[in-house]
Every structure is written in C-alpha cells, then in structure tokens.
Design a protein. Structure first.
Length: 172
C-alpha cells in the first residue's frame, strides 16, 4: 500500500511539474510572439523619402517608400533640382541623369544597384533607348534585374524621353 501511495504521489508530482512547465513555456512563447509582432509592425511602418521635396509635393508623390525590406522608387526623369527638364533631346544623358538620381535614393537606404530586383523603363523612343541601353551594363555589374521596357506616347513633360522606376529588396 505504501508503494502504491508513493507511486501515486510521484505520478501526481510529475504531472503537476509537467503541466506547470508547459504552462510557463506557453506563456513565454506567447510573450515572444507578441514582441515579434510588435517588431514586425514597426518594421512595416512606411518610411517616405523625398529627393526634391518642393517638386514632389507640387506633383503629389514621394520619390521612394520603404516598408520592411522592400523599397519602391518612383520613376526618375532627367530634371534639375527646380524640376526643369535637363538634357533635352539627348536620351543617353537623360538616362544617365535618371540613374544618378536613383543612385542617390539607393544610397539613402544603404543600397546599391545590386539590390534592385525590378526595373521598369518607360520611353518615348524605344529605338533610341535600345541603341543607348549599353550604359546599363555599367550600372548593373552583377546581373540585370527583372522588369519591363515600354514605349509610351508621352511622359509628365514633353521634354522627358525616359523614366525609370525601381523595386529594391534590402538584405538585412
């Protein structure tokens, strides 16, 4: 009888300990999930970037928005800091000006063109764009991103011949 009582006491103790440990473990996991959720929500809060604040506010857009590891960059066109077209009638220089602005935005977020996963190019003259596109090999040294090239009837101002927008994945 004494052995049975000792065994029952031992089993009851083991049961209570096991249940208590599981309860603590579940509580700790719940607290960990809440902390992870708070961190995720904070990392998913949009971060806006304006390259030329007066121009972008006047036209109603942000040049870039970062959420988590994803950065979307609005189309860059060839313009000076006042928003006036630059390199009119020179598609190659317009393209270089676009990439120079895009590089400034990438640097702001600690990125390079190696972090670009998608590039969409809009042009009013696809034949010239194709002829001058070799310049992109100087930008994308480790491989080209995905993307589309589209010939369009017009861009924001008639002097613009090319507009380039990017999607970026920033590795942690």
């Amino acid at each position: 009888m004494k052995n049975s009582t000792n065994r029952l006491t031992l089993l009851a103790t083991l049961f209570v300990l096991t249940f208590g440990i599981q309860s603590c473990d579940q509580k700790q996991r719940k607290e960990t999930k809440e902390i992870e959720k708070e961190a995720k929500v904070e990392s998913e809060k949009p971060e806006y970037f304006l390259l030329r604040p007066e121009v972008e506010k006047a036209y109603g857009y942000s040049h870039a928005v970062k959420i988590g590891n994803s950065i979307k960059i609005s189309g860059a066109v060839s313009m000076d800091d006042a928003g006036n077209p630059a390199a009119v009638d020179d598609i190659e220089q317009q393209m270089k000006n676009c990439y120079a602005d895009l590089e400034k935005i990438l640097k702001h977020y600690g990125c390079t063109f190696d972090d670009v996963i998608k590039e969409d190019i809009f042009t009013t003259d696809m034949a010239q764009m194709l002829e001058k596109s070799a310049y992109r090999a100087e930008i994308y040294k480790n491989g080209f991103p995905t993307g589309s090239w589209l010939e369009v009837k017009g861009l924001a101002l008639p002097e613009f011949m090319v507009e380039i927008e990017l999607e970026v994945h920033k590795s942690e």
